[in-house]
Write a protein that binds this ligand. Structure first.
Ligand SMILES: CC(C)(COP(=O)(O)OP(=O)(O)OC[C@H]1O[C@@H](n2cnc3c(N)ncnc32)[C@H](O)[C@@H]1OP(=O)(O)O)[C@@H](O)C(=O)NCCC(=O)NCCS
Length: 179
């Protein structure tokens, strides 16, 4: 769905999210707190995209062995991208594609040193709010099997058979959005 003019998806949108106000970034067990200052909603032409692509390359190409030529695709040009910043550095990202009343989330990545500290959850919740604001009624995504539990904790439900994407087993997952 090309987003309507009254929809801010694709606009340069900033949410100031201090860890104190969000209250959830100090994990039990006393791990170091991450100061996630901002999640930005950006388009492919934004200068910050080079840092987004660099993070995706580190995670998907270097860490997971996804072929480099598959990592960036045509959907990146039309997607809305979220960038989670800490100390001016991109530590997390995902992209949102709107199709009719469905939003598809993909390229969900948190830097290896920032995982299990709530960044992925923050990004997913931000993405759901963005998609809902743009009229989406549900979110679908192709989850790597190793990430299924992460999505399940956010209310996503598996459907269909396991399939291979870029050499990695995936399953589709879906979540209805509250309106
Ligand atoms: C999957 C990923 C995005 C999760 O991000 P994260 O910032 O570590 O996740 P969070 O800290 O917000 O975790 C939220 C919850 O999910 C749990 N969780 C996170 N990753 C998990 C995993 N791989 N398996 C099981 N549970 C997981 C957390 O423990 C936390 O649980 P809680 O509800 O009890 O607090 C991150 O590990 C990553 O980037 N992995 C490499 C790329 C990847 O696999 N992307 C997904 C492609 S489909």
């Amino acid at each position: 769905m090309p987003c309507g003019s009254n929809c801010r998806l694709g606009a340069y949108h900033e949410a100031g999210l201090s860890s104190a106000s969000r209250g959830g970034l100090l994990p039990a067990g006393g791990q170091e707190e991450i100061e996630l200052s901002t999640i930005l909603e950006i388009r492919a032409t934004d200068p910050l995209m080079s840092a987004v692509y660099a993070l995706r390359r580190d995670v998907f190409v270097v860490e997971q062995g996804v072929p480099e030529e598959l990592e960036v695709d045509d959907d990146d040009r039309v997607a809305t991208h979220l960038a989670a910043l800490s100390d001016g550095r991109v530590i997390g990202t995902l992209r949102i594609l709107l199709h009719q009343r469905s939003a598809k989330i993909g390229r969900m990545a948190v830097s290896a040193t920032s995982r299990r500290k709530g960044i992925g959850r923050e990004l997913m919740e931000f993405a759901a709010a963005t998609a809902s604001r743009c009229g989406a009624e549900e979110i679908i995504l192709g989850a790597q099997l190793t990430a299924c539990e992460f999505y399940k904790r956010l209310g996503y439900i598996e459907e269909g058979a396991v399939f291979n994407d870029a050499g990695i087993p995936h399953v589709m997952m879906r979540k209805k959005l509250q309106r």
